[in-house]
Design a protein around this ligand. Structure first.
Ligand code: ADP
Length: 626
């Protein structure tokens, strides 16, 4: 399938630096360095990874490797121990072999004129992942490394970070970074995660302490302001590194472009250009002028329409700032994660006017997935591996999950026979943050409807809002003892891999969805997507019954039940329950009445190339253009 990545506008980011040079911060003058301070070079400038996506495509060599690791793509279920809900340790918490993700990635493409890119981010998979942001940063970084670029990631050293996935973790230096009138002693660590060099920043105060990536008992906004400045301080003062690109993500690092152009660019950090990727426009980093001043910038300087004021607060007392808006204005290029979301954001939401004003540097680049990390042929978490050529293992994964979760699966079978119900009852999974954006009312309605249709459903979700958590706990209590629904309120990367592999369908009923990864991952694991047609879902899922687009058809759009006789197809409309029913009904009918065609769809969705191979090149073009 050809590339579906569309860059929405010609690359040609113009820039504006002179007009901001007068806003230089007073904090620059106050800087001081620890006495033992040494200049340290980034280790990663010499670091290269070789790519190994060949394994993902199952070259004979890779297949052999996979088999050596006991992960045959044949249906080797002989030694499988079937799990049960009464097991002391749930099946997704047992010991797995150490990560099968090779730090080596083979890529066909090597770019000429490689760049040095530093991502500054609040999330990174798998060590500090909450949602898609973590996947995207890791996937894009690995793709660029494999194309010959030098890539580093800078991440807060969260107390909850999953250290077991970090190789060669070492303290590299201690330095001071400015916050709220003080220079805060800070430790920088170095380590390697999934083949990517990572610099971890750990302040000596309370920032980033706690059980979770977000929601600790410290001021989150101020913590990320501190982090943004500490990363620049590290580059400019500690290492004297001059990356070509500093790539920031989301509101958390939205202040970095301001700090760069108005402080650090006036010091010795001259070379970098800044790219901001917006993964979700819902979070815009609401900030008071006083809070921004704590970073060393003069907050009131940014309180204008053409800079960082939150337009909705103009004339209010006090007016507020938005770090995301500031990031948009001050970055050389701004990317959002799908072409359709780009169009949507230019028309709706209070940031639309800022985006329109900055249209010539605003691009829509579809996210990809890391097909080495997400590979059913080599996935260490799967009881049986499979691929599009040998999909039989998928049925065993489904049966394994059904037994492990106590879903109806007709008692104990001998390992080589999957019971009839595994073939007959479609299993729908929904793996998501439980937030309104994801269509909570549609998710809870799906439980009822799927039960009525005689299917099975597993929800793996985590809620940050207590009311949502309580609502889903209620649903779990109601359904989890029955034969066909399981609602698991937690985050588990391991279980998510197994569920994608087990699923016949993956449900994504989002109200809006900037890109969405679960439909792409689901497809890679042979699960047919049932999605609401919005944002990146509209760019990646094409309705089976849309006769006008039959070649691309690979899933089901949630639509209202208006049947257009003239065109002989369903059309998308609305966010109501009837629309969801309609999509599920069509998918279930297909599954049950046309098994051969259904197997054809599974093969088709597994063949869709949603990898970073397709899309990383668009980022590289952009890096070059600025
Ligand atoms: P978002 O970024 O809005 O959360 P995406 O679809 O872009 O949504 O990415 C979600 C990512 O997070 C996917 O990799 C998905 O598998 C993962 N994920 C979401 N919720 C959970 C969960 N409860 N447990 C494990 N993984 C999850």
């Amino acid at each position: 399938m050809g590339s579906r990545v569309i860059m929405e506008c010609a690359v040609g980011g113009k820039f504006f630096s002179p007009i901001f040079s007068s806003t230089r911060s007073v904090a620059v003058e106050k800087r001081k360095l620890p006495s033992l301070h040494k200049k340290i070079k980034f280790c990663s400038s010499k670091f290269k990874i070789q790519a190994s996506q060949a394994e993902a495509h199952l070259s004979p060599e890779a297949e052999l490797q996979a088999e050596k690791r006991g992960s045959s793509t044949g249906v080797g279920v002989g030694e499988l121990i079937w799990p049960s809900p009464s097991d002391g340790t749930p099946f997704w918490k047992k010991d797995f072999p150490s990560s099968g993700v090779s730090p080596e990635v083979f890529a066909d493409v090597k770019d000429s004129d490689p760049k040095h890119i530093i991502h500054v981010t609040a999330e990174m998979a798998p060590i500090a992942k909450v949602g898609g942001l973590g996947d995207v940063v890791t996937g894009l970084a690995r793709a660029c490394l494999s194309r010959g670029h030098t890539v580093d990631i800078m991440l807060p050293f969260y107390e909850c970070i999953q250290k077991q996935h970090i190789k060669d973790l070492t303290v590299i230096t201690k330095y001071n970074s400015y916050h709220d009138g003080n220079w805060v002693p800070t430790t920088a660590y170095r380590g390697v995660v999934s083949g990517i060099p990572v610099i971890f920043i750990e302040p000596s105060n309370l920032f980033f302490k706690g059980q979770y990536v977000y929601g600790g008992s410290y001021n989150e906004l101020e913590a990320y302001l501190f982090f943004s400045r500490a990363c620049l301080e590290w580059m400019q003062q500690v290492t004297s590194t001059q990356p070509d690109i500093i790539h920031v993500h989301e509101w958390q690092t939205g202040a970095l472009p301001l700090l760069y152009w108005d402080i650090y660019h006036h010091l010795s950090l001259k070379k970098p250009r800044i790219v901001l990727t917006i993964h979700n426009m819902e979070h815009y980093g609401e900030c008071s002028k006083e809070q921004l001043s704590k970073s060393g910038l003069e907050g009131s300087v940014y309180a204008s329409i053409d800079k960082a004021v939150d337009d909705r607060t103009i004339g209010h007392n006090p007016e507020r700032l938005s770090l995301l808006k500031g990031g948009i204005v001050y970055s050389n290029a701004v990317v959002t994660v799908s072409p359709t979301y780009l169009k949507e954001t230019l028309c709706t939401g209070w940031l639309a006017s800022t985006l329109v004003r900055n249209r010539d540097k605003y691009f829509g680049i579809l996210n990809g997935i890391d097909i080495t990390m997400w590979n059913p042929a080599t996935d260490i978490f799967l009881p049986v591996k499979f691929n599009d050529q040998k999909p039989e293992g998928k049925k065993f994964c489904k049966y394994y999950v059904q037994r492990g979760l106590g879903l109806a699966s007709e008692g104990t079978q001998d390992g080589n026979h999957v019971p009839d119900i595994t073939y007959k009852a479609p299993l729908v999974v929904c793996i998501t943050r439980l937030v309104p954006q994801k269509g909570l009312h549609l998710i809870s309605h799906a439980i009822k409807h799927i039960e009525e249709l005689g299917g099975q459903m597993v929800i793996l979700g985590k809620a940050s809002d207590v009311r949502v958590q309580t609502e889903f706990e209620g649903l779990a209590k109601l359904h989890n003892q029955g034969p066909c629904i399981r609602i698991l309120l937690m985050f588990s990367d391991e279980l998510s891999h197994m569920l994608y592999a087990a699923a016949d369908m993956v449900l994504v009923p989002s109200i809006y969805e900037p890109c969405g990864l679960t439909q792409m991952i689901g497809m890679r694991y042979g699960a047919v997507p049932v999605v609401r047609k919005t944002g990146g879902l509209a760019d990646t899922v094409f309705d089976m019954d849309d006769q006008s687009n039959h070649n691309k058809a690979n899933g089901y759009s949630i639509c209202v039940c208006i049947y257009l006789f003239i065109f002989d197809r369903f059309v998308f409309e609305g966010i109501d329950e009837g629309s969801l029913n309609c999509a599920l009904d069509r998918a279930f009918t297909y599954f049950r009445e046309k098994p051969d065609e259904w197997n054809g769809i599974i093969k088709k969705v597994m063949e869709v190339d949603n990898s970073w191979n397709n899309t990383a090149g668009k980022y590289v073009e952009l890096y070059h253009s600025i």
